[in-house]
Design a binder for this molecule. Structure first.
Ligand code: PMP
Length: 371
């Protein structure tokens, strides 16, 4: 029997939580259209509204402020592409933010990957006040946490709205929508143990939701299209479970610290990106001088260890990560970085397997298959 993979790619996607699987599979048989007024429709509506309540409870907000979407890409596109005026986006945002507004001004980040607040102060003191500022809560490549409330305070001085992509934060750290103070917040179910293709846009009371699609009046006329009831039910169960097990973050942080200590001991010249900033507990982005990310990924894959390079891989070629480049990492070094992201299923054995492969790569040894 082949060994199951050591899965260290929770920032790409997560395994389905058992509670989410149960809710999702049970909902597959609840076939009514949630907009129908008959009993079958009302049964489906109940599942959607229960899940809305679960998402709202975790974020400390009201169910009416939750709009279900087909994932965070849709939620991000809805706000970014649908807002007029000058838009500022952090340079390290996810592509689903950056590509939605190619003309947006980019807010630089420091070498640690944190939004440059001094730059933002200068920019806001100048002309052409922005209508929207988009800053993610946590970076998907480095785990760096952004000072979102500080940015909200600055945005308020010029009357700008704030959008926050919280995909990598919810389920990994406590998040309270009202305390954060943003106008829009994007979530994705599959990053917290739910199914893929479902997410939410959380909207401050009274703030309009731009229309990405038109058609039916679902989601209080804020998102047209019949709701994906089973996926939404799975999302609700997943987020409730994720919030109830946030304390697992301490165990995960311990695992990561042990890993980073071992990496530093083996190769003191290996940069750990964002290490000087506040980071969520589960992410390590590490460069291995002299070894390309592609080479590392292949070696890890052959050894049954699932990790990622910083940026998407197209036609077998990995482009240098825009996140690391924005942090001032030279292009060659950015091409030597990989990301390991841990989660509730991660064990010490998984990290030992990671370290075995990494140590061999760090010593310049050949790639080989581990039995
Ligand atoms: N934002 C961030 C920070 C992400 O990590 C991702 C997923 N890689 C997305 C947005 C897109 O989410 P989805 O897969 O739900 O479209």
């Amino acid at each position: 029997m082949p060994r199951p993979p050591a899965y260290l790619d929770y920032n790409a996607t997560t395994p389905l939580r058992p509670a989410a699987r149960d809710a999702l599979t049970a909902a597959l048989d609840v076939y009514g259209n949630p907009s129908s007024v008959h009993g079958a429709g009302r049964a489906a509506r109940r599942l959607v509204e229960d899940a809305r309540g679960q998402v709202a409870a975790v974020l400390g907000t009201l169910p009416a402020q939750i709009v279900f979407t087909g994932g965070a890409t849709e939620a991000n596109n809805t706000v970014l592409a649908g807002t007029d005026g000058v838009i500022l986006v952090a340079a390290t945002e996810h592509d689903s933010v950056l590509a939605a507004v190619p003309e947006a001004e980019r807010i630089p980040v420091t070498a640690d990957g944190v939004v440059d607040l001094a730059w933002l102060d200068d920019r806001l003191a100048g002309s052409a006040a922005p209508s929207l500022i988009a800053v993610q809560a946590v970076n998907n490549e480095t785990g760096v946490i952004q000072p979102v409330t500080d940015i909200v305070a600055r945005a308020r001085t010029v009357g700008a709205r704030v959008h926050c992509d919280a995909v990598q934060a919810v389920g990994r750290m406590a998040m309270d929508f009202d305390t954060l103070g943003v106008d829009y917040l994007s979530l994705s179910a599959h990053k917290l143990g739910g199914p893929k293709g479902v997410g939410a846009l959380v909207v401050r009371d009274g703030v309009p939701v731009p229309k990405l699609m038109t058609g039916g009046g679902q989601e209080r006329r804020r998102r047209a299209g019949t709701e994906n009831v089973p996926a939404i039910a799975g999302f609700g169960a997943a987020i409730a479970d994720a919030a109830a097990s946030l304390t697992d973050g301490d165990r995960i942080r311990g695992l990561r610290e042990r890993l980073e200590t071992a990496l530093r001991a083996r190769r003191p010249d290996a940069p750990i990106y964002g290490a000087a900033a506040d980071r969520v507990a589960n992410t390590v982005c590490v460069g291995l001088p002299g070894v390309r990310s592609e080479t590392q990924l292949m070696a890890f894959d052959l050894d049954g260890v699932a990790v990622s390079a910083g940026a998407a891989c197209s036609s077998g070629k990995i482009a240098a990560s825009h996140v690391l480049l924005a942090m001032g990492v030279p292009v060659d070094a950015a091409g030597e970085a990989i990301r390991a992201s841990l989660g509730w299923g991660t064990t010490e054995d998984d990290l030992d397997r990671f370290l075995t492969t990494w140590t061999r790569l760090a010593a310049g040894g050949p790639s080989r298959r581990v039995a």
